[in-house]
Design a protein. Structure first.
Lengths: 127, 127
């Protein structure tokens, strides 16, 4: 049975979500033991929200859940890579397909390269 | 000019290296301000080694450096994605192409799925 090493990061380890078809890196967030257990049990990605300090079933509010296709663990047992089917095509709360929708150009500035799939105001409501 | 948020992780943020051609996720390690500066300056990935507590010019010992093709920053400015040309074809110190060379099977055990490119005993010397 796989044992992850949660000791280095105060109980948290980074988890990368990658689209299983396109290979695009969609996001990176953290998991703890509880969310790891939920991932294995449900087949859907559950992170740990550092800002809210709670279990985060990704996509529950927007509908954009992540169905786990495969799970890979790195050589140190302290990082996880999920290949996922991204329901709703967008992983980022900004509405972009990937959280990594900004590229650093030669002057060190951002250029937007990602595709915006949804309007976050409509999905989450205006604040 | 891009400003990364190093505040949440005690001066460190995660950096993912992805092969620019195959889309394979090769590894994840950490960068601090100094390594970020070195990445921009040299075009080669420099991490911060948490175990050695020093700047880590990836591949200097093995020859397997990572040439940066593009840099993406996530929506929170606290994770970086490098697309890289992996010199020597292997990123992992175990000799595998990717650090994520083990897949979790249905019983929760590891199966090795990655390709071993080099023998680490030959590259780093026996301990």
């Amino acid at each position: 049975m796989v044992e992850l090493d949660f000791s280095k990061g105060n109980g948290l380890i980074p988890a990368i979500a990658q689209d299983y078809k396109s290979g695009k890196v969609l996001m990176m967030a953290y998991i703890n033991k509880e969310s790891w257990g939920k991932c294995l049990e449900t087949g859907e990605v559950h992170y740990w929200s550092r800002s809210r300090q709670e279990l985060w079933h990704k996509g529950v509010q927007s509908g954009n859940i992540q169905k786990i296709k495969d799970i890979f663990v790195d050589c140190d047992n302290d990082t996880v890579l999920f290949t996922v089917e991204q329901i709703g095509r967008a992983a980022c709360h900004t509405g972009f397909e990937s959280c990594f929708y900004r590229k650093v150009d030669k002057n060190g500035d951002f250029i937007i390269v990602g595709e915006k799939i949804f309007d976050p105001d409509k999905v989450y409501g205006k604040k």
